[in-house]
Design a protein around this ligand. Structure first.
Ligand SMILES: [Zn+2]
Ligand SMILES: [Zn+2]
Length: 332
């Protein structure tokens, strides 16, 4: 049996922040300032997701930087305003444009979802319409949004969802929410997971509450162009890396391979390498106290349903792969 590589081979790896606000909505920096700030920290890709404003900052693109045309829309719960916005549930969705050259006329007049919070069919219809224009839909920060399983189990057509949101981590220590991702997968959805910043930059970079540089994805693509990077995103050729302190680097996943039912993972030095599954049984590898591990092998039972790699280091930093469903993996 041949070796299956779950991460792409022979590609370049680009660090990306897929959730970012600028002065076009409620962020404090211009897109150009964001590019400078993030490039200085080793990033190559930013998705500009201003609230309700679709923006394509293609003028910033060069051989070392790619701006993804994007926006964030929202749908607030109605009829529960006695607590003002503080207790109102809300869907926040990021939209990543796979080809800004298509449907330019329609994109100049993009709309919000219809104001019918409990009408999930209408919301799914909106997602389908946006997908028809070439957008990948990402379900954002359910924890911050005060949403639970009932709010998200029937969503359909989503490309991905956040597993970590750095702004939420600083708001309330509720940035990392892997449970919602597993619940979504167990509800029958097949979607990817992303760690993001959702930076607004009210605090300067040296401030402990600066909301940049905590959640990122590493994208494996053949080159730093819109077609190549969007193709990589569409195909799930990326993983998340999370550093809640916003100053240090999160762990990296270097390789995931499957051969003859044996799953191997290589990563930067970590405390734990786990394989999460559809059920409660995980495959586990843990470093002895005071040491680290940077690789692990596991024998799959074939009953995992899906597998996803979760790496954690001794400083509470994470790397999370996307979920891989065994039926798809084995038919590849
Ligand atoms: Zn949001
Ligand atoms: Zn946001």
């Amino acid at each position: 049996m041949s070796v299956k590589h779950l991460l792409p081979q022979g590609v370049n790896w680009y660090k990306a922040n897929l959730h970012c606000h600028t002065v076009l909505s409620d962020g404090k920096h211009t897109a150009r300032e964001i590019k400078e700030l993030y490039q200085a920290r080793g990033y190559s890709v930013i998705a500009f997701t201003d609230h309700r404003i679709y923006a394509n900052h293609a003028e910033l693109n060069d051989e070392n930087f790619l701006a993804i045309a994007a926006m964030e829309t929202d749908l607030n719960e109605f009829g529960n305003h006695q607590w003002s916005f503080d207790r109102i549930r809300t869907y926040h969705i990021n939209w990543f444009d796979t080809d800004p050259n298509l449907y330019k006329e329609e994109k100049a007049h993009l709309t919000q979802p219809e104001k019918r919070y409990h009408d999930i069919e209408s919301l799914n219809g909106y997602v389908e319409k946006m997908a028809g224009l070439g957008f990948l839909a990402c379900y954002n920060h359910p924890y911050w949004s005060l949403q639970n399983y009932e709010d998200y189990k029937d969503l359909r057509g989503f490309w991905g969802m956040e597993i970590y949101n750095h702004g939420c981590e600083l708001d309330g220590l509720y940035g990392y929410h892997p449970q919602a991702y597993d619940e979504m997968l167990r509800s029958g959805q097949r979607l990817f997971a992303v760690a993001t910043d959702d930076n607004h930059n009210s605090c300067p970079p040296e401030d402990a509450l600066c909301d940049s540089f905590g959640g990122a994805v590493m994208i494996g693509a053949r080159e730093l162009t819109c077609p190549a990077v969007m193709e990589a995103l569409k195909n799930g050729h990326f993983y998340s890396t999370i550093s809640p302190d916003g100053r240090s680097e999160g762990p990296r996943i270097e390789e995931i391979t499957l051969e003859d039912g044996r799953l191997s993972v290589r990563c930067t030095p970590a405390d734990k390498i786990y394989i999460k599954t559809m059920g409660r049984s995980c495959h586990r590898a843990a470093a002895a106290p005071g040491t680290t591990i940077s690789q692990a092998q596991f024998t799959l039972t074939g009953k995992e349903g899906y597998i996803r790699v979760a790496v954690q280091d001794a400083h509470g930093r994470h790397a999370d792969s996307n979920a891989y469903f065994l039926d798809e993996l084995l038919s590849r």
